[in-house]
Design a protein around this ligand. Structure first.
Ligand SMILES: [Zn+2]
Length: 186
């Protein structure tokens, strides 16, 4: 289970089917996202005469407290939508919102953009990916930074450096560890 990124946009401009096909083609070409042929789809509901479009989720969500998705990809998708659906309002959140009654995904305001960028500049994906560190602390031999716990079981713990992917394995809770070859698996 995980939270996917939810992306929507709202626009008063009416797009023809041809225009939407063209947008889908160019969005897919530019982003390389997903296995969906037409990731941008018009929704059945309307509010105040404005149309809503959903962008098929291609990534886990990224945000404060859930730094799991790859923010640069999500962010570039948002910027692409802003530049190609001129004047549209963009919404970004986790896929935990219910749209049956009200449209709940938060608006991607300039303030929100600044907050998310600042959070990413400072943290990247480290808070999420290091969440299991508490059990053992083993440093990467090159980066000299704690490695993330990637495997455990049978008294062994496998660790991986988030920057370079080097792997180590410990059988004594991190007191000693052995580095694996790059192509060797736990
Ligand atoms: Zn490293």
């Amino acid at each position: 289970m995980g939270v996917d990124a939810s992306l929507y946009l709202k626009t008063s401009r009416k797009y023809s089917e041809e225009e939407l096909k063209d947008l889908n083609f160019r969005f897919k070409e530019a982003s390389g996202f997903g296995d969906n042929d037409f990731p941008i789809t018009k929704q059945d509901y309307q509010r105040d005469g404005e149309d809503y479009y959903e962008v098929y989720s291609f990534s886990r969500y990224y945000g404060e407290g859930y730094e799991r998705g790859h923010w640069p990809e999500i962010y570039m998708a948002i910027k692409w939508l802003q530049n190609n659906f001129e004047g549209a309002t963009i919404y970004y959140g986790g896929d935990t919102y219910d749209h049956a009654e009200d449209f709940e995904t938060p608006e991607f305001t300039e303030e929100r953009e600044k907050e998310l960028l600042e959070h990413w500049y400072k943290n990247g994906g480290i808070p999420y990916r290091m969440h299991s560190l508490k059990e053992v602390s083993v440093n990467c031999s090159v980066h000299e930074k704690p490695m993330s716990q990637a495997m455990w079981g049978g008294g062994k713990i496998g660790l991986v450096c988030l920057a370079c992917g080097r792997k180590k394995i410990t059988e004594d809770g991190g007191k000693t560890s052995k580095e694996l070859d790059k192509n060797e698996n736990f």
